[in-house]
Design a protein around this ligand. Structure first.
Ligand code: DGL
Length: 218
């Protein structure tokens, strides 16, 4: 059995809780410290400069209390992970949209990435598409109000249905959940996409990476 460690999991709101839950289930010997920025959620409509001001102090404090940090927020990962890594030395696992696996798994050559406006507009996300999805059509449905909808626990099934049906009709056979809030509506998206598209989300790859990092700690 591994030595118990402190794992910090961070998100703007409830999104990362799904990730923390999955980690706790698979690695029950470790302590999870979940931190969210409920006062400032949603992050997905904020600029990089606004996010930097909010997130850096949280990361600095968290890094003093944990052995490893999981940034369970695609928005923070895609906009800020470079700067965060420069400022803190705690190992970081950063969840970001699974563009590469989606491009590898599509048979139709069309994939859809559901993410916040900030993630979709980030340089890192543009880079992921350039690097891994050349020749693949990447659809980006409008999910701009999804994290608020999930925070408020008022799920508009109609809107989700509309977005998912549209991307499936355009030929997408892989749908990426590029925001951890959407993990809470994974079942709804899976039902809508059934038989037409598979749904990818990063919990399992993140836990694999977390295991590797934990094994390297002394
Ligand atoms: N859950 C976050 C993400 O993965 C942020 C959502 C938000 O605050 O808008 O992007």
């Amino acid at each position: 059995m591994e030595k118990p460690r402190k794992i910090g999991v961070f998100d703007s709101g409830v999104g990362g809780e799904s990730v923390a839950k999955a980690i706790k289930k698979q690695l029950p010997e470790h302590d999870i410290i979940y931190v969210s920025d409920n006062k400032n959620v949603p992050y997905g409509s904020k600029t990089q400069a606004e996010l930097k001001k909010l997130v850096m102090p949280i990361m600095q404090t968290l890094s003093r209390h944990v052995d490893v940090i999981v940034i369970a927020c695609n928005t923070v990962s895609t906009l800020l992970v470079k700067e965060i890594r420069q400022e803190i030395s705690t190992p970081i696992i950063a969840l970001e949209p699974m563009v590469k696996p989606a491009a590898e798994q599509t048979k139709s050559g069309v994939v859809a990435v559901c993410a916040t406006p900030a993630t979709l507009g980030s340089e890192r996300y543009q880079w992921l598409k350039q690097a891994y999805a050349k020749g693949v059509e990447v659809l980006e449905p409008d999910c701009s109000n999804w994290s608020q909808m999930i925070e408020a626990n008022s799920i508009q099934k109609e809107h989700i249905h509309e977005q998912i049906t549209t991307v499936c009709e355009k030929g997408a056979d892989v749908i990426v959940l590029g925001c951890t809030h959407y993990h809470w509506i994974e079942n709804i998206i899976n039902e809508e996409a059934a038989g037409r598209a598979i749904v990818l989300q990063p919990e399992q790859p993140a836990i694999k990476q977390l295991n590797r990092v934990l094994a390297q700690l002394d």
